[in-house]
Design a protein around this ligand. Sequence first.
Ligand SMILES: CC(C)=CCC/C(C)=C/CC/C(C)=C/CC/C(C)=C/COP(=O)(O)OP(=O)(O)O
Ligand SMILES: Cc1cc(O)c2ccccc2c1O
Length: 328
Amino acid sequence: MSSGPQQSGGDTCVLSGSAVVDGPERWGALGVQGRCAAYVLALRPWSFSASLIPVALGSALAYKLEGSLDLLVLLVCATAVLLVHGAGNLVNTYYDFSKGIDHKKSDDRTLVDQILTPQDVVMFGAALYSAGCLCATLLYFLSTLRLEHLALIYFGGLSSSFLYTGGIGLKYVALGDVVILITFGPLAVMFAHAVQVGYLSVLPLVYAVPLALNTEAILHSNNTRDMDSDKQAGIVTLAILLGPALSYVIYNLLLFVPYLLFCILATRYTISMALPLLTLPMAFPLERQFRRQCYAQIPQKTAKLNLLMGLFYVFGIILAPQGSLPLL
Ligand SMILES: CC(C)=CCC/C(C)=C/CC/C(C)=C/CC/C(C)=C/COP(=O)(O)OP(=O)(O)O
Ligand SMILES: Cc1cc(O)c2ccccc2c1O
């Protein structure tokens, strides 16, 4: 684990480093337990709330607006989405390593530090995709959603998770942000809603907007932090195209526009929509850290904010008086 001071933008940033790495000898010495921990950490579980919250949001909407909530369907749906997300993270680990993008100082050093072999990562990713497909099959039997609709959304999510870095590698041509905005927002929310109510609806897409923007803030801070090494590796991200100053503007928009939307919802519809505003005090230190270019832990801290903001958003929907939520 790296820790120490980093001079940046005239301020000193304290680096607390990634939680993943201790060195291959240590993992080897830990035996089966150590290998299991290596597999779990390779998934980068700190990011999982980004896919679980949209599932909670879609299910809360189904419960509140249609009165439908099946806990088993919710559990299987959350597992499917988590498995596809985890597999996407592994595909990202594999391709970033094979293209020489991950290095000794990267957030993800599973392959760089030989904690796992590329073969391990490929096998693990394939196992997660297979388990995800099993869950989708189970959902077909548990939900009344038509097969073609279920397959369309599920395989849309699965192919996005692969194509983010695999195949054409959308992340490498500055399209990663679009993939994240769509998959972690509208797609996952619509999926969770559709398996509960049994049909596709545009309403969850609209409710997904504030959450999707905040989730994209996680990725954008990640890409801003990695700007120099990504440039050296010859890939193009939105952060590289924009540069540090505009990237800061975009980060602020992604961080604060959702709060503006919650203010509008709270004043025009129901006060319970003001609940996510309770996380505003967590957003200001992130803005300051970004401005000082202390990027080290911003993605993880933004993910924490995303989890809390998302939870308050879901509670806000559940607590809203009947008939008070906008139906478009
Ligand atoms: C609707 C269904 C069934 C599923 C949706 C499930 C989801 C949310 C899938 C998205 C999977 C996906 C695109 C994963 C990629 C995650 C990601 C942004 C990894 C980070 O990549 P880097 O930008 O390389 O970050 P690092 O620098 O930390 O490696
Ligand atoms: C690993 C990782 C890293 C990220 O920066 C993410 C950002 C948004 C959503 C998911 C992410 C993720 O899984």
